[in-house]
Design a protein around this ligand. Structure first.
Ligand code: EPZ
Length: 430
């Protein structure tokens, strides 16, 4: 197993190219199940979760091949071809689903195309219980017979799915995606109310539309889908990763550096950008990307509360707590999406951070200096927060269990080393 070693204290300077979005790519890959023609996806990031999804789709009968790479403004994205000529197997087994919860997104498209699906229940994870009840209720409203037995979701719709009016009682990114992936082939019109409005949903809608789906209301809380009989092949480029963007913006900020984020979209992370500006960081559009600058001036403590889009993203909460740990003053960071997403806090405390947890809020009192320490990653974004703290801490920080990082950040240590960080990946012999 590898670990990451960081010697902190170097202000970052230079440019980082932002890759394709993991959380957009995963549902878009599942769209390939809906057509017997190839779906060609550009700007696909090279990440462990993408490989897991490719393996899952492959065992359903999807031929997955690497078509090459495209080079846009110096950014090398992968081009994947996903061809579901025939669905040969409608079961998503526990061994693959337990590796990645997004596997549950095959449920809707398998049901729509093949009329049946058996998908292992994902179970809880490090950040919360994360049920899938909204996915299952929605699919049942589209006329599927859904039951849960022996750890598996069994769903059938032998005569096909039928359009319905579905009001989500709670905003869910995954449930919105699963229902979209099912409704596009349902008979008649489906109205989805109180949907998630994350930019990744818009990316999925754009891909489905390119395949011939009819969807109105993109970017709003209500999506209307007119089901079509079949979808065709298409080419779609995955959007830039807004969480990678936010993470590197905070890396520049925490080290007092200046970084250009090539290919990043400011409009996708406006709530986070607003908080960063209040904290004393200059962020502006530059050359079609973003320039982040904190070369002069102190970091100021500001409050943040996670919310569904367009609010402050939960996937940047851990990184923001690291940033606030190095700021002047106190900030209150409140998590409202997941009930257990503060696993990074005890590790940051070991690095000298002054944080008190109070229910769903972290009270972060900025300290003049963080100190390097051996720390343990618990989930993807928590790992990133430990790396950020390590970049500014005095002495050496060693982050273990970095397989979490490899799920969602492509070549993180290379990208950070390229802008002057003293960081390396080494084999962990311990
Ligand atoms: C997506 O997860 C992302 N994953 C997460 O990113 C992200 O944190 C999350 O959305 C929120 O933005 C992917 O896109 C692959 P939800 P998802 O359904 O879809 C509850 C990362 O680090 N809920 O929007 O699973 C749920 O427990 C990951 O990249 C139900 O109660 O999130 C949570 O409290 C981590 N019942 C809330 O809704 C359901 O059926 C929002 O979850 C579904 C969800």
């Amino acid at each position: 197993m590898d670990k990451i070693q960081i010697r902190g204290g170097k202000p970052l300077s230079g440019s980082i190219v932002i890759g394709g979005s993991k959380n957009a790519a995963l549902p878009v890959m599942c769209a390939s199940l809906l057509s017997d023609e190839p779906l060609i996806l550009g700007n696909v990031p090279h990440l462990a979760d993408i490989t897991t999804m490719a393996n899952l789709l492959n065992q359903h009968g999807v031929q997955v091949s690497l078509e090459g790479q495209d080079d846009k403004d110096g950014h090398i994205g992968r081009v994947l071809s996903l061809h579901a000529k025939d669905i040969t197997n409608t079961t998503a087994p526990y061994d693959l689903v337990r590796k990645m919860r997004a596997s549950v997104l095959v449920l809707g498209p398998l049901l729509a195309r093949a009329g049946e699906a058996e998908v292992s229940l994902p179970g809880g994870c490090a950040i919360g219980t994360r049920p899938v009840d909204l996915h299952l209720h929605g699919l049942a409203q589209l006329g599927a017979q859904v039951s849960v037995d022996s750890g598996y979701i069994h769903a059938t719709a032998p005569k096909g799915l039928i359009g319905a009016h579905i009001v989500f009682p709670k905003v869910s990114v995954g449930a919105t995606e699963n229902l979209l992936l099912a409704a596009v082939l349902a008979d008649g019109e489906t109205v989805l109310e109180n949907v998630a409005r994350e930019p990744e949903i818009n990316d999925l809608v754009a891909c489905l539309a390119a395949m011939g789906a009819e969807i109105d209301g993109v970017g709003t809380a209500t999506l209307t889908v007119r089901g079509v009989e079949r979808l065709h092949g298409a080419r779609h480029d995955i959007m830039p990763d807004r969480i990678e963007t936010g993470t590197y913006a905070m890396a520049a900020a925490i080290t007092g550096g200046t970084i250009e984020l090539v290919g990043a979209r400011l409009g996708d992370i406006e709530a986070a950008v607003e908080r960063l500006r209040q904290a004393g960081i200059t962020i502006e559009k530059k050359n079609g990307g973003i320039l982040v600058d904190r070369a002069n001036g102190n970091l100021i403590g500001v409050d943040a509360e996670t919310e569904p889009y367009p609010g402050f993203p939960t996937d940047l909460q851990a990184q923001f707590i690291s940033l606030m740990s190095a700021a002047d003053g106190t900030s209150v960071v409140t998590e409202t999406i997941f009930e257990n997403r503060f696993m990074h806090v005890p590790e940051l405390q070991r690095m000298g951070a002054d944080i008190t947890l109070h229910g769903g809020s972290a009270i972060v009192r900025g300290v003049p200096k963080l100190t390097g320490a051996p720390v343990m990653a618990s989930d993807l974004r928590a790992s990133a927060s430990l790396v950020l703290a390590g970049l500014v801490a005095e002495g050496e920080t060693v982050v273990r269990r970095i397989y979490h990082l490899d799920r969602g950040y492509e070549r993180l240590e290379e990208k950070l080393a390229g802008v002057g960080a003293d960081i390396e990946r080494v084999k962990d012999v311990a």
